[in-house]
Design a binder for this molecule. Sequence first.
Ligand SMILES: [Ca+2]
Length: 451
Amino acid sequence: MWRKETGVPGISNHNKAAPLCLEAAVSGASDVLEKVSGPESCSQVKLKPAGQCGDEEECPYQITLPPLTIQLPKQFRLLEKTMKELQSLKETVRQLRSACMECSQQADQSLPKHSTVARLKEDQSRGDGGTRAPKNSSTSNDVIQEIQTKMNRMSISLKNARGQITVLQGRLDLLDGLNLKNVEEVVDSRVSNITGVIDKLSSSCSTQCAAMGSPQHIIAPRDCSDYSIMKHRKNGVYKVIPDPRNGTFEVFCDMESYGGGWTVIQHRMNGSVNFNRTWADYKKGFGNVDGEFWLGNDRIHLLTKAKDMVLRVELQDFEGVREYAKYDQFYVANEFLNYRLSLSGYSGTAGDAMHFGKHFNHDQKFFTTRDKDNDMYPSGNCGAYYGSGWWFDACMSANLNGKYYNKKYKGKRDGIFWSTWHNMTTEYYLTNYRQAFKTVTMMIRPKNYAP
Ligand SMILES: [Ca+2]
């Protein structure tokens, strides 16, 4: 129920003649307004004089009326609500109209002029402007349709792009899943194998070329085994030419031990030569080939690429004990591949110290010197620590280029080392004495050599 204490708007101005006004307002609308104050409220009506009577028989009186309460039916409230809704609807229509006008203006501006002009011309040429909707409206409809089409196209492109992104994301996830280290290892070993094959091919080619170019058909001795075949049976220094393009150099040949034909690539016998050397020294070689020496990584590479080579390591301690380790395959890659070592097929008595286990394996390792760290030890340089150039892992189970000790020693194991030597297990602690070796020899011979 809607109540009004002081009257209905539009009525309050006529408070002085309330009954009259009520009558006026009620006339024709008696079903809307209802006077609720009963007859007894009339007794509260007070009338008192308000001044002297005038000359024209009129006397001023003041009339006081009781408060008026009017109850209106709920339909009246609905009416007001409807009015409000109508008002808001009107406002919405107005806003829509203005928005529509703005929109069509923008579309006209953004569209290429020729298309609008063309469409207008088209409309004019049809001559049906009069019977159709006004031209402006038709044009704006077209514009809206065109925008719609463009938006559809953009939405499709967007959907396609999203699809492509999803596919790419999938591929990225796959790549993430691959262990990069495994990939590196596979690539490394493939490169190493390929390099080996290329080296062999290039070597056999250059040998053939040299043989064909020479009228006497004399093949230059590529290593000591060629001298052995030519019946040279004496140990000593010989000139070899493993690759005609790289010239000759001197090597020491062991023609007497184990069938002869051995090209010596390293020898230790008295500690007269310092083996704690730089990359350049190990590359070029140092010492004297008829004394202590390292033949040089470039030369070792040339010798092992010319033929499939076998390596024999000879060790002798200060008690005169001799042991050996033989490897059926021995190859040293070029400098570009950091003279990577390939070594397999062990036999012998000294034990396979070059493949000590999963964590100490010198096969497929790069050469490291104190000034060039290619080892597998991330927080330091094994070459610098052990004062040697070698195919270090992280770091070693064998190191034939370590320091030369004249007798057993204590402390850092930086001497000549072969971890599988028969009594090596007794020197686990730093307080123990370490094995020292009197002589070490590394020598190679072609795998198919027949003495
Ligand atoms: Ca390192």
